[in-house]
Design a protein around this ligand. Sequence first.
Ligand SMILES: [Zn+2]
Length: 283
Amino acid sequence: MVPERRLREELVRFGRLCYERNLLVAMDGNLSALLEDGSILCTKAGCHKGFLTDDDLVVIDRKGRKLRGQGEPTSEMAMHLACYEERPDCRAVVHAHPPIAIAFTIANVSMARCVLPEVVLTLGTVPTVPYETTGTRKLADSLRPYVRDYDAVLMDTHGAVCLGTSVLEAFCRLEIVEHTALITKTARDLGGAKELDPAEAVRLRSMGLKRYGGPPSAVARADQPGADLPAPCLGCSGCANPHPTGVAPKADLRMARVVSQPLLASPLVEAAVAQAVMRALST
Ligand SMILES: [Zn+2]
């Protein structure tokens, strides 16, 4: 068990890092960690994570009621409480607004894809939870089936929620989500993002769950074909977001697909480029 003093230092340090790494701005986001007695240490409402200090931390009970500290926990703490309730292995939660990953949800481009081998190995894929109003119980409840099966999830047009057995692990998962979004976006800008061979993705995920662990529900399926990868990864290259066990995919998830068509493959874009070149040559 990590003592409270050390967890306080970690939340302050990783909160500042979130700001320095452009994973959130202004008063965005919140971080929390589980204390030895089962209560939760978390950032308070309305504090700037770039200037986070020990005074910005409060202790709440498992119902969200404040026990110690100055200020109040944010309404987004309901999301954190849902994570701890659904995942007994979870010791820390980081919620932030990573800009490129959020842009993927706005553009309806799924991040539940097997693109980078090391991400498939250590994190699997990243599903997107359908839109719900921020700070509501409905949003927190909508997260539950997803965090049960995944360590990092995106909330449509909002942000990321990452779970870990430590603050460092939750923060690393957040960094990986945004880094993957940046690499995928860059590849798409260059003409298209290819996916891993499905058989290789399946092999990597099984190996990763056994070697590095993950959500208990996924680890339990490590020897099953595909483990926790979205089913389409087993055989086709057009996968939509995965949906947690027992939850039917919603229409807005089915349309969240990667369009891997190169930019210049569009006849309209080609025509526009050709016209621009002709104009430039004629002046
Ligand atoms: Zn938020």
